[in-house]
Design a protein around this ligand. Structure first.
Ligand code: DAH
Length: 340
């Protein structure tokens, strides 16, 4: 019996398996209920009492060897997936998973949201598919107003009342209809215009809209809010300048430039040698718009502003082609790092 057990021990030690079936057969042969280990233990009955101790130890080592071999084979098989029997060194470093990075437009949007949230602005979103009323009429674009031609719109052919929003200003309308002043929020989102795609323009891009409605909101509040934003985003030395402009939904309206953060106002390629770069449109919400949205224009005033996220990201990172944002080329995308 002793020789038999020793022979089994040898067999177990030199056993190798290449497939799951071979491992299972090993288990059946040695470790199952009717397997060799159990059979040998049963035979202890026939061993002379003085030899039992030695035999017991031998059988225990047979059992342990078989169990260890089986565990080893199983672990190796699960480690490699296919090549059973191949030992895997679990202490080796793994291939690191490629985690990707945040998109530059998300980084800029998050930064803008974070700056405004510090002065009490909430973040809201609205639908990308809009109706004519929210995108144009309620924003004081008269039916035949030439301002409607300012934006080439994607209309739904079957129902020209439905369109892809051309700006996030439509969210102003939805929020004013739903909420009572004071309203202080920004609305980031995707907008659509029927434009030829080039290095400077795309038919899909992103904007952040801002709105503040309360009693006694003045142009000075608008200016100070935007000055705060400009210095937080572009740096403490940034200057701003407001130029008179026109939008149907604000009166008065302005466009805001920031002093060129590349050359500090000296003149360079980014600011086309003017020392200033335009970053947004803004103004005092037109009383007609307040009225359309159910807010009393005698009691309340407010300001609004809107900026293009691509434009700001292009300035910030000095990107010269807007199409890069939408091509999903990882060589481009992985250059941007952020904690936001
Ligand atoms: N909606 C304008 C556009 O897409 C941007 C804009 C200008 C938004 C002035 C505003 C604003 O809220 O007051 O060009």
């Amino acid at each position: 019996m002793k020789e038999k057990v020793e022979q089994y021990l040898q067999e177990i030690k030199s056993f190798a398996a290449n497939t799951q079936d071979e491992i299972e057969n090993f288990r059946l042969k040695y470790l199952s209920k009717k397997g060799i280990v159990q059979v040998m233990f049963a035979e202890m009955r026939n061993v002379a009492p003085e030899a039992r101790k030695e035999m017991g130890q031998l059988l225990n080592s047979l059992k342990n060897e078989a169990q260890n071999k089986f565990d080893e084979l199983k672990e190796a098989a699960s480690g490699t997936g296919t090549e059973a029997g191949k030992k895997v060194d679990l202490t080796l470093p793994t291939d690191f998973a490629n985690l990707g990075s945040r998109h530059p437009l998300s980084i800029v949007r998050n930064e803008i949201a974070s700056i405004f949230s510090r002065i009490g602005f909430k973040v809201n979103e609205g639908p990308e598919i809009e109706d004519d009323w929210h995108n144009f009429t309620a924003l004081n674009f008269a039916a035949e107003h030439p301002a409607r031609d300012m934006q080439d719109t994607f209309f739904i052919e079957k129902n020209p009342d439905i369109l892809l929003r051309t700006h996030t200003s439509s969210v102003q309308v939805r929020v004013m209809q739903k909420e009572k002043p004071p309203i202080r929020a920004i609305f980031p989102g995707r907008v659509f215009r029927n434009e030829a795609i080039s290095a400077r323009a795309h038919c899909i891009f992103h904007q952040v809209e801002g709105l503040y409605i309360d009693e006694n909101v003045s142009f000075a509040d608008l200016k100070q809010t935007l000055y705060y934003f400009a210095t937080e985003f572009f740096g403490a030395d940034t200057q701003i300048r407001l130029r008179p402009s026109y939008f149907p939904f604000t009166e008065p309206s302005a466009e805001m430039d920031v002093s060129c953060f590349i050359c500090g106002g000296e003149g360079c390629k980014i600011c086309k040698n003017t020392g200033w770069v335009e970053i947004l449109g803004c103004g005092m919400v037109d009383p007609n718009v307040l009225e359309f949205c159910g807010i009393d224009p005698v009691k309340y005033t407010g300001f609004a502003f809107g900026m293009g996220i691509e434009r700001i990201a292009m300035l910030k990172y000095q990107i010269n082609d807007i199409r890069l944002f939408f091509e999903n080329d990882v060589r481009f995308l992985k250059q941007f790092e952020s904690t936001l």
